[in-house]
Design a protein around this ligand. Structure first.
Ligand SMILES: *Cc1c(COP(=O)(O)O)cnc(C)c1O
Length: 407
C-alpha cells in the first residue's frame, strides 16, 4: 500500500489568509454597502513598464516565426539573462560568473527547494517572525520534529524584536543553515553591512550556510545598506542568494527569479564548485527552465531603460509606504519598516493581540491588515501593512484609520 509523506501532517495548518478572508467576509455581510480597504496584501498592483512590455512582446513574437522559435531552453536559464544578471551584480561591485547564477520561475520555489541539496541532519535557523516557506519546506524535508506550543523543536528561532530592530543576533549555539530575509518580509527591517558581516563571520566559523533572500533589494533607498549578501567580504564561501523580478519589476504573475550558488561555496566534505554542481543537478533533474517569454521580459528589466522605469514603480510603492508610515505615526502608533522596504510593521496599541487589532482596524476603519502572529510567535502584538496598492486606495485607507481609530 502506498503511504504518504508523514512530514506533511506536521505542518502547522496556519489559516492566516483563509481566516483573514473569513473575517472580512463576515464583516461585509454584517455591514452591507460598506467598502472594505485592503492594506494587507504582499502582491503587486501597478502595470508593467513600457520597455518591459516590449520585451515580453518580443518574446511572444519570436515564437511566431520558425527562424526565432525556441522550445526548451537551458534549465539554468538563457545565457543572455545569466550574463545580464552578472552585470547587475558587477554594478554592486560583485563579481559572479554566469554559471554561478541559476534562473528560475521565482524565489518562492527556490527558497523551498534549496535546502533539499543539504543533508537531513542539518540544524536550521530561521528568523521569528518569518516568511513561512522557509519553515514549511524544512518541515517537509524532515528537519522539524512535531509542532509543539507554537514552535518546531528541530528548528532554531532567531528573535526579531523591537529591541534588536528586528534584525536578529547571530545564534548563540551551533546551527548549519541560516535563512535571512533583508529587506524583511514581514517586518520591513533591513540588515546593515556590519550586521550581515556578523552572520558571515558566524557562518565561516561554524561552516554554516546562509540562505539570503534579497527579493526586496530594489526597495532599499539608503545607499549605505547592502543589497546583496555578496557585498560582505567572505560571503562567497558561505552564502546562497535568492532574488526575484516579482517585487522589483511587477513579475508576481509573469514568474521569474534567480538563485546564486557561488563556486567558492563549500560545505563539509565538498570541494569548491561541488555545491554549485549539486544544485545544477537538482535543477536539471526537476526543473525545465523558466518561460522563454518571461526571460525576454527579464532581459528588458535589466536594460538601463528598464531599470529606470522599474525604479519609478518601486518609488510609487515607496511613496505609498511613506503615506502609511507618516499617517500612523501622526496617530501615535509605534511603527517600523516602510523606509527601505514595502512593509510597515505596526505595534498594536495597549498590548492588544494581533487579531484584536485586526478587528479594531476592520470594524473601526474598514481596513484589512495582516496579523503579525501569522508569521510566528514573536509576530504576536503586531500587524503588517503593505505598500502595494493603488495610491487612491492607500490614501483612503490611511485617512479612514486616522479619522476612525482612537489610540
Ligand atoms: C514575494 C517574496 C518572494 C518572491 O517570490 P516569487 O516566487 O519570486 O514571486 C521571495 N521571498 C519573499 C520573502 C517574498 O516576500
Amino acid at each position: 500500500m502506498a503511504t504518504i509523506n508523514q512530514n506533511y501532517s506536521k505542518l502547522n495548518s496556519s489559516y492566516l489568509f483563509a481566516d483573514i478572508a473569513k473575517r472580512t467576509k463576515l464583516f461585509k455581510e454584517n455591514n452591507p454597502g460598506v467598502e472594505v480597504m485592503r492594506l494587507g496584501i504582499g502582491n503587486t498592483t501597478e502595470p508593467l513598464s513600457p520597455s518591459v512590455i516590449q520585451g515580453l512582446a518580443l518574446g511572444v513574437h519570436k515564437l511566431s516565426e520558425v527562424t526565432t522559435y525556441t522550445g526548451y531552453g537551458d534549465e539554468q536559464g538563457d545565457a543572455r539573462l545569466r550574463t545580464a544578471l552578472a552585470v547587475y551584480y558587477s554594478q554592486l561591485g560583485i563579481t559572479l560568473q554566469p554559471d554561478e547564477i541559476f534562473v528560475s520561475d521565482g524565489a518562492k520555489a527556490d527558497s523551498a527547494n534549496i535546502s533539499s541539496i543539504f543533508g537531513a541532519d542539518n540544524i536550521v535557523a530561521v528568523q521569528d517572525p518569518v516568511y513561512p516557506v522557509y519553515v514549511d519546506s524544512n518541515v517537509i524535508y524532515g528537519r522539524s520534529g512535531p509542532y509543539t506550543d507554537g514552535v518546531y523543536p528541530g528548528l532554531r528561532y532567531l528573535a526579531c524584536t523591537a529591541e534588536n530592530g528586528f534584525i536578529p543576533d547571530v545564534p548563540r549555539e551551533h546551527v548549519d543553515i541560516i535563512y535571512l530575509c533583508s529587506p524583511n518580509n514581514p517586518t520591513g527591517a533591513v540588515a546593515t553591512h556590519s550586521q550581515l558581516a556578523d552572520f558571515v563571520a558566524y557562518a565561516r566559523e561554524h561552516q554554516a550556510v546562509l540562505i539570503f533572500d534579497a527579493a526586496y533589494s530594489s526597495f532599499i533607498t539608503d545607499p549605505s545598506l547592502p543589497r546583496s549578501i555578496y557585498e560582505i567580504e567572505g560571503a562567497m564561501e558561505c552564502a546562497i542568494e535568492l532574488n526575484s523580478f516579482s517585487k522589483s519589476a511587477g513579475f508576481t504573475g509573469v514568474r521569474l527569479g534567480w538563485c546564486v550558488v557561488p563556486m567558492e561555496l563549500v560545505v563539509q566534505g565538498t570541494a569548491k564548485g561541488e555545491v554549485n554542481s549539486v544544485w545544477n543537478r537538482r535543477q536539471t533533474t526537476m526543473f525545465n527552465g523558466a518561460s522563454n517569454i518571461a526571460q525576454e521580459g527579464g532581459l528588458a528589466v535589466l536594460t538601463e531603460q528598464g531599470q529606470m522605469e522599474c525604479g519609478l514603480i518601486v518609488n510609487y510603492y515607496m511613496e505609498n509606504a511613506r503615506i502609511i508610515l507618516e499617517g500612523l505615526q501622526r496617530l501615535g502608533l509605534n511603527v517600523f519598516g516602510g523606509v527601505n522596504a514595502p512593509y510597515i510593521w505596526v505595534k498594536t496599541q495597549n498590548r492588544m493581540s494581533s487579531w484584536d487589532f485586526f478587528e479594531v482596524l476592520l470594524e473601526g476603519a474598514h481596513v484589512v491588515c495582516t496579523p503579525g502572529v501569522g508569521f510566528g510567535r514573536l509576530g504576536e502584538g503586531y500587524v503588517r501593512l503593505s505598500a502595494f496598492g493603488h495610491r487612491e486606495n492607500v490614501l483612503q485607507a490611511v485617512e479612514s484609520i486616522t479619522r476612525n481609530v482612537r489610540i
